[in-house]
Every structure is written in C-alpha cells, then in structure tokens.
Ligand binder design. Structure first.
Ligand code: SF4
Ligand code: SF4
Ligand code: SF4
Length: 305
C-alpha cells in the first residue's frame, strides 16, 4: 500500500473505527486462558544474572531494524546510549542498583543488575484487544506484530499496554506505532547465553530449574510466566523484578483494561482522526493539482519519541 493509499485508509478507518471497535472486541478473557495454547510457541528466556551489559543485542536490533543511533559523547567517544524505549529503540539494557538504605537495613551491600526491556509479546495482549482495526496481532508462533498499513493512529494500544511499550512517531507526517516485532536478532548475537529461546513450556521449565538449582542466585519468580495472563518473554533476575523497574501486575488478563479504554474514551478522538485525515487528503489533492505529487515521508530523526 502506498503512503497516500495508507492515508486514505486512515481516514476511512477513522470513520468506521467505532463500529470496528465494537465488532473486534472479544468476549471477556479468562485468567491465564492462553498459557496452555502457547506452550509450544517460541518464548525467550532472559537471565539477568548472565547479562554483562555489553548491549550487543541493542546494536543488532538497531542494525536489523534500520534504526538510527541515539549518540551520546563521553570523553570524546560516541556511544549509542538511549535511556529508555522510544520510537527508535525497540530494546534497551538498563542498569539498576538497589537502594543503599534498603540494603544496609538488610545487612549487606547494595546489589545491582542489568535488565533488558522490550515488548513482552503477551499471550493475551492488551494492545491487540484495544486495537480497533487489528493492526496489532498475536501470531501463533509467539510474536505480537504490527501491521502498519492498517493503523489509523488512535493510540489505544499505548494506553492499554501494561508495560508502556508502544511508542508513537509524534513528529512524523506519516506516524507509526513503534515497538519490537521480535525478529530474534538479539537472541542470535548474545555472547553469554543470557538470552535463549525455545518452546514456551520448556523455557518456563528451564527457568524454574535454574531457580531450584541456585536459590541464592535468583529471586524465586519467573517474571512473565503469569503477569497479565503470561508472556512470551520471561525474565529471571537476582534482584526483585520490581526493583528493576518491571511493573508488578496481576495474573489476571489485562484485556478488560483495554476494553474499558475502548468503551470509555470519548468519540471525539475518532472524530479528530477523521478530521485530520480529511485535511491531509485536501492538502494532498492541492499538491497533486500543483504538479508536486505526494509529499516525501520526511521523518525527523532528531526529535524525541
Ligand atoms: S508488552 Fe504491551 S505492546 Fe507488547 S504485547 Fe504486551 S501489551 Fe502489547
Ligand atoms: S494506534 Fe495502536 S490501537 Fe490504534 S490503530 Fe494503530 S496499532 Fe491499533
Ligand atoms: S547481548 Fe546478552 S549479555 Fe549483552 S547486553 Fe544483551 S542480553 Fe546482556
């Protein structure tokens, strides 16, 4: 679909989004209903205790997805050092240190850990439930993928995601939602085995086995096993996951949150989409009448996500 075609689709989508929202909403999901269904789909196990923070995974992700570097300079050397997920950063390695007061109260030195964050590829993704036009879809293999040509920019997915993963190209003329589509490049290049992948049931088993074998090394929790109905990304760590900036979530499915958003957000958002689509089409018509043809995409890579 060309960019102009896509914009026409956006305008048409805005007009029909209300109806589509009603049609696409599944029945209330039950707690953990999908865990068995995705047992043989692919999952990634990230073991923060094996991660050395080399960021090879981030670099490979940027290369494979053709994402520009966010350069920072330190003592004359330039590093690609984004601080958090943004429209050009689909995965991030962060460093977390325990609060020193908490640690000394527990009679030990403050511990620290790396943590890798990206889309969790949830089993029952709130973003998928929230999207009125199925621009986000959970594949049987595991990844939650984004279909750019369907998206009309309502951003329900951003509101629905419990991990605050989807980002938006606010400064772009043809904005997209941006997030990890999970092409598995990061797993392929990790030099320490901190990232492994395999059937989800096996990854869950492996994670629990590691905890059993080395209880002093790990927090007794496989993050992503049950959070928000379970995910295709699992995280083992030596520090409580909430101290690594991972949200504490109920094991109940978050779909009802997404549905709540869709039923309570005002209709003017859809109306605004329709209006902007109309303005854009009028502008495009003038440009074509003047012989200029469709505008170029013209992304502003410098602006923040
Ligand atoms: S982490 Fe957020 S964006 Fe990723 S699948 Fe889950 S709800 Fe969707
Ligand atoms: S912004 Fe998000 S919820 Fe809205 S159409 Fe695009 S992908 Fe779907
Ligand atoms: S490549 Fe592996 S070891 Fe290096 S930062 Fe990424 S997950 Fe950690």
């Amino acid at each position: 679909m060309s960019k102009l075609d896509r914009r026409k689709f956006l305008a048409a989508s805005a007009a029909t989004a209300g109806a589509a929202a009603t049609l696409s909403r599944p029945a209330e999901a039950s707690h953990g209903a999908e865990e068995g269904k995705f047992a043989s789909s692919i999952a990634v196990l990230y073991d923060a205790t094996k991660c050395i923070g080399c960021r090879t995974c981030m670099r490979e992700c940027a290369l494979v997805n053709d994402l520009p570097a966010k350069e920072r300079e330190y003592r004359g050397l330039k590093y690609n050092m984004p601080a958090r997920l943004d429209r050009n950063t689909f995965t991030i390695i962060q460093t977390h240190q325990e609060d020193e007061h908490d640690a000394s109260a527990a009679g030990r030195e403050a511990r620290w850990s790396f943590v890798k964050k990206n889309c969790m590829h949830c089993l029952e993704p709130a973003c998928v439930t929230a999207c009125p036009v199925a621009a986000l879809q959970k594949t049987p293999e595991g990844p939650v993928v984004y279909l750019e040509d369907r998206c009309f920019g309502c951003r329900y997915c951003m509101l629905a995601c419990p991990y605050q993963v989807p980002k938006y190209e606010w400064v772009d003329r043809m904005p997209r939602v941006r997030k990890c589509d999970w092409n598995r490049a990061c797993v392929r290049v990790c030099p320490t085995g901190a990232l492994i992948e395999g059937p989800r049931a096996e990854m869950v088993k492996e994670a629990h086995q590691r905890i059993r074998q080395k209880p002093d090394r790990y927090v007794d929790h496989v993050y992503g096993e049950h959070e928000a109905g379970g995910a295709s990304q699992l995280i083992l760590a030596g520090i409580e996951h909430e101290k690594l900036g991972l949200p504490t979530l109920p094991t109940t499915v978050r779909s009802h949150v997404a549905e709540h958003i869709m039923t309570t957000l005002p209709g003017w958002i859809i109306g605004l989409g329709l209006f902007l689509g109309g303005v854009y089409r009028a502008t495009m018509g003038k440009e074509q009448d003047n012989g200029h043809g469709p505008a170029t995409h013209g992304r502003n890579e410098e602006a923040e996500a």
